[in-house]
Design a protein around this ligand. Structure first.
Ligand SMILES: Cc1cc2nc3c(=O)[nH]c(=O)nc-3n(C[C@H](O)[C@H](O)[C@H](O)COP(=O)(O)OP(=O)(O)OC[C@H]3O[C@@H](n4cnc5c(N)ncnc54)[C@H](O)[C@@H]3O)c2cc1C
Length: 434
């Protein structure tokens, strides 16, 4: 048996950030992960895009607050990991406006929060980013739709925000956070699965977890940061009954392809959110492009009942569709002859907004439902959980009176109730865009 102040289940980028914040707040932390090391779960497949284009205020503000932490990573960690540190590459982001998404609500929030941006007309987009075709192809279609190859009838405009970018190595980000957490005394147990969440005799408070090898780790605080396995862990803990927002594992395929002229980092290419064709993409080192989907209506969603059984091999169907759509947006895009990608999983919530919250079981907390869009917010998620845990364990009722977080960058208040498991669904794109 081991005893500590807090058990964190999962050492992904968010679990490691939670561990870092709890440990530097003075708690003795044990992180348990069934995988071989930090960030080896869904974090390892992340596109690691840092952008601010969400639909609602608190997620935008969270991303805006997190961005300087990525850019000044050693300052955030308070150390330099001798095994290497991530780097942030600034590219700017282009958010296309199309039918069903004019981006005006986001723009009003950007103005309110002081996020500088420009509205670019089609000619301005072509002038600055000549590799992009500005044709409107909406709605996104499967490749066998006879209308797939139709000519565009209109031209798109877009919002451009210059400070967005990406982190070069998402797994290393988790490793860096784990290193920083260890410096504050956190202990990491790898290749050890949590199989049971323990409660006190009266069942009202968590007392720890039991691992597959029979080890019991006792703690008054347990945090579920199990990524695509988080739903399973919440069920183990018996805390799903009072949740108004569901979350479950969803297959997500991402691909790498050679960048055509103009589309590489060296060319000043931005990352692009493109609900018009149903894809997002960003430049990547080595003149490559990283490509993912935005769950357009015509694409079937593949929910995963058993996250342990997900095949990491991408499917020809999703690869072909993604490549053909990219070829519409970039006329010089050369469709590769072989798929190069990975099929990972999101833990998608009902409204694609994460759940950072307490639960109905005293001492049991969750950072889940991260919906394919919370890598960028990991440094803030750790701080949010710490605030919620500190408040709850000192007797504050976060459900009735949600903790308010003051963002150090903006001085603005972030209502942590907007990430509550009991919230009404937020009005979002219901896609990875949030
Ligand atoms: C393909 C893809 C692209 C993405 N792109 C972006 C992006 O561009 N920008 C962005 O902001 N976000 C993006 N995301 C989302 C982001 O990467 C995730 O939100 C984030 O990595 C989740 O981190 P996590 O720590 O919660 O989960 P994970 O990294 O999945 O970690 C969970 C850990 O829990 C462990 N675990 C599970 N069950 C147990 C158990 N019973 N016992 C012990 N350990 C257990 C697992 O082994 C795993 O290591 C993307 C995600 C994917 C999949």
């Amino acid at each position: 048996m081991t005893a500590c102040d807090a058990v964190v289940i999962g050492a992904g980028v968010i679990g490691s950030s939670v561990a870092f914040e709890l440990a530097r707040g003075g708690r003795r932390v044990v992180v348990v992960d069934k995988g071989p090391g930090p960030g080896a779960g869904s974090t390892s497949a992340s596109s690691a895009i840092i952008r601010f284009s969400y639909s609602t205020r608190d997620p935008i503000l969270t991303a805006w607050e997190a961005a300087p932490l990525w850019a000044n990573w050693a300052d955030h960690l308070g150390c330099v990991d001798p095994d290497g540190m991530i780097t942030f590459t600034q590219t700017g982001t282009l958010v296309f406006r199309t039918t069903g998404y004019d981006g005006e609500r986001m723009r009003a929030l950007w103005i309110e929060l002081g996020i500088e941006h420009e509205l670019l007309g089609p000619d301005q987009i072509t002038e600055r980013f000549p590799h992009l075709d500005v044709g409107k192809y909406h709605p996104p279609k499967p490749v066998d739709d006879p209308a797939f190859a139709d000519e565009a009838t209109e031209r798109l405009s877009a919002f451009y925000e210059p400070t967005a970018g990406f982190v070069d190595d998402p797994m290393l980000a988790a490793r860096n956070l784990a290193y920083a957490a260890r410096r504050h005394g956190a202990e990491f147990l790898f290749n050890r699965a949590v199989v049971s969440v323990e409660r006190a005799g009266d069942g009202e408070a968590v007392t720890g977890v039991t691992l597959a090898d029979g080890t019991v780790v006792e703690a008054p605080v347990v945090v579920n940061v199990g990524g695509p396995h988080a739903g399973r862990i919440n069920r183990l803990a018996g805390v799903t009954d009072d949740m108004n927002i569901g979350h479950r594992a969803l297959r997500a395929e991402v691909f790498m392809a050679p960048a055509p002229p103009g589309a590489a980092i060296e060319d000043g290419a931005p990352l692009v959110a493109d609900l018009d064709i149903g894809q997002y993409f960003r430049p990547a080192p080595g003149r490559q492009i990283w490509i993912g989907g935005t769950e357009p209506e015509c694409d079937e969603l593949h929910w995963v009942d058993d996250p342990d059984a997900n095949s990491e091999h991408p499917t020809v169907e999703v690869w072909e569709t993604s490549m053909m759509r990219m070829a519409r947006r970039m006329p010089e895009f050369g469709v590769p002859s072989q798929p190069n990608g990975i099929a990972s999983m999101y833990d998608a919530s009902d409204d694609w907004v994460p759940i950072y919250d307490r639960s109905s079981l005293y001492g049991f907390f969750m950072a889940c439902g991260t919906s394919g869009n919370q890598f960028k917010n990991a440094p803030m998620a750790g701080q949010y959980l710490r605030e919620i845990i500190d408040a709850t364990m000192s007797g504050h009722d976060h459900d009735r009176d949600p903790v308010q977080f003051t963002g150090p960058r903006t001085g603005q208040t972030i209502d942590l109730g907007s990430f509550s498991r009991r919230r009404e669904q937020a009005d979002t794109t219901h896609s990875v865009m949030g």
